[in-house]
Design a binder for this molecule. Structure first.
Ligand code: FES
Length: 577
């Protein structure tokens, strides 16, 4: 049911800049006219920020210049005044050491851009991994009406007639190259064919997981997250989003009306049914914190047990996002989950989730399975606790070798990434397929930025012997496009003296996913002795963003938000002058 207009032009936030009669407003109007606009273009209209994360180094957003124009077309059509505000691009393939170091800074940038300018509502344009949670976190903290325009997945990759998926097939064929199963010529052809159009990774990686979670939260127009970036439907969705945000401003449809606990539970269940990225746990906990919703690791485990993986998409399944779209997309999947979702949740469309799903269908039952014929019988993620991870750790059982889900082995410890890179392929490394590879100093503070190093490479000599999976444990994250028996996000991290810091090569580690346990089988006296000898390492960065990050970052189980941002305290508006 569409909502009615609740605001007058004088009640618009932008009226304080444009509508009053004083010297400052004269400046705002004359400077807007300097850019070629007339008073009729902006007077009394909702001013809509189009927050655009386009850059020339972000291939996932390379269509965003054009899409921003299409969003603006919709804003004009609906009687709004668009202003495009560029924001940090956070290009996942290029930013070192990791975009995660900058997620909270993009959130801060978004919040401050909206606060400091004459903005009544916002369209957020993102999709490449961290951009989705960052933009939404910032906009939620600001509290203005907003909606999210997801970048859309790129088209399927292709090599010699074989379908290639972002990330997943890069890992797979890299392992084949190292094992001598393919040659350099083939590897170069794969490089040509794996990324064929604008758009984000088209496997069920972090990007597809988070844009889908944004839709399940009610923050996009219905069906938006599944549309491939290169499809003309994507351009039409962008224009429709521009039209809709203007109405949202008049309706005063703000984030607290949409983002309640039920909406976050919808997002978690949807992400689990998609076989989504483990990164979604960190991001959704942080996003919920901004919305004042208490979402914990235990909620993820409980909700995950209640939904099977029904999306047959790599890395948990066989297909890619383009196939998913043709099969009915996220609306089709959510229809499959209808009994498990809160259908009364309000969405940015002004309709409830249930109303937006009317008419949704599944057109290919192998791509979007039924709950009774799933790809994996439980949700994609399990939360572990135990003596190695007192505050929790996560694993993606749907992307792991089933026989490793209950396993005990001797640790082979790498003290940091460089140590691992130097020794992993050493023929003298004492490692067997039953060993447990352990990486330290890869957490939120230790790396810093908690990079996606958690899928430690299989040692070359084991690869050559045909081994493709081993138990791996770290305080790092893992790319959503990765697979393997990787225990991630161990908290507390080793950098702050968590038990992971105390593991020595040769210690026995026990993983029991059905029992949700990860344990270091070393007696307590010995661990106490090691802890007494442990020296805290120096802070990783002395200056700039890194120094601010190091002072304020929280641990993985808290979503890695900054302690100064994770609240719902009202923030005062800028003074009129
Ligand atoms: Fe941008 Fe994967 S690199 S989404």
């Amino acid at each position: 049911m569409a909502r009615s207009r609740r605001k007058s032009a004088e009640q618009l936030r932008s009226h304080r800049w444009y509508g009053v009669s004083d010297l400052r407003s004269f400046g705002h109007r004359s400077r807007t006219k300097q850019m070629g606009y007339g008073r009729d273009d902006f007077a009394g209209k909702p001013v809509i920020a189009v927050v655009n994360t386009w850059s020339e180094i972000n291939p996932c957003h390379s269509h965003f210049r054009q899409r921003a124009e299409e969003v603006k077309r919709g804003i004009w059509q609906a009687g709004g005044f668009p202003i495009e505000l560029p924001a940090m691009s956070l290009s996942e393939p290029f930013v070192k050491p990791t975009t995660m170091l900058y997620r909270n800074f993009l959130a801060m940038e978004t919040e401050e851009l909206l606060r400091s300018h004459p903005v009544d509502g916002a369209v957020l344009m993102g999709g490449c991994d961290k951009t989705t949670p960052a933009l939404i976190m910032g906009a939620v903290s600001m509290g203005l009406p907003f909606l999210f325009v997801p970048a859309g997945p790129m088209l399927r990759g292709n090599w010699r007639g074989r379908t290639l998926g972002s990330g997943s097939d890069a890992w797979k064929y890299w392992a084949d190259l190292r094992a001598g199963a393919i040659d350099e010529q083939a590897w170069n052809e794969i490089e040509d064919g794996i990324a064929r159009s604008p758009g984000h990774c088209m496997t069920m990686g972090t990007a597809s997981t988070m844009t889908s979670a944004a839709e399940a939260l009610g923050l996009t127009l219905p069906g938006a997250a599944s549309i491939p970036a290169a499809d003309s439907n994507h351009a039409r969705m962008a224009t429709a989003s521009g039209r809709r945000i203007v109405d949202m401003v008049w309706e005063d449809l703000t984030p607290p009306q949409i983002l309640d606990k039920a909406a976050f539970h919808n997002a978690v269940r949807t992400a689990m049914a998609l076989g989504g990225s483990t990164n979604a746990i960190i991001h959704l906990i942080a996003m919920a914190g901004r919305a004042g919703v208490d979402l914990t690791l235990d909620d993820f485990d409980r909700l995950s047990r209640s939904v099977p993986v029904v999306a047959n998409i790599r890395p948990s399944g066989a297909y890619l996002m383009e196939d998913f779209y043709y099969a009915g997309g996220l609306r089709g999947l959510m229809m499959r989950l209808a009994d498990k979702l809160h259908m009364g949740c309000l969405t940015v469309s002004g309709l409830t989730l249930g109303e937006t799903l009317v008419g949704a269908e599944v057109h290919d039952a192998d791509v979007i399975r039924t709950i009774d014929d799933p790809v994996f019988p439980e949700g994609s993620t399990a939360v572990l606790r135990g003596s190695l991870a007192p505050d929790g750790a996560v694993i993606k059982p749907s992307a792991a070798e089933p026989h490793l889900l209950q396993h005990t082995g001797h640790a082979v410890v790498f003290h940091d990434y460089n140590d691992m890179a130097a020794r992993i392929d050493d023929p003298g490394l004492e490692v067997t397929p039953d060993s447990v590879l352990v990486l330290q100093s890869a957490g939120p503070l230790g790396a810093p930025g908690m990079p996606e190093w958690g899928q430690l490479p299989i040692p070359k000599k084991l690869l050559e012997a045909g081994v493709r999976d081993m138990v791996r444990v770290s305080d790092a994250r893992m790319s959503g496009t990765s697979y393997g028996t990787c225990v991630l996000h161990v908290a507390p991290e080793s950098h702050v003296g968590g038990p992971l810091a105390l593991v020595h090569t040769g210690d026995r580690i026990s993983l029991d996913v059905p029992a949700r346990r990860i344990d270091l089988l070393v007696d307590e006296d010995e661990l106490a002795r090691r802890h007494a000898l442990w020296q805290p390492p120096p802070p990783p960065y002395p200056r700039g963003f890194g120094a601010i990050y190091a002072r304020h970052i929280t641990q993985a189980d808290k979503g890695c938000d900054f302690d100064i941002l994770a609240s719902t305290e009202p923030v005062s508006e800028p003074e009129i002058h």
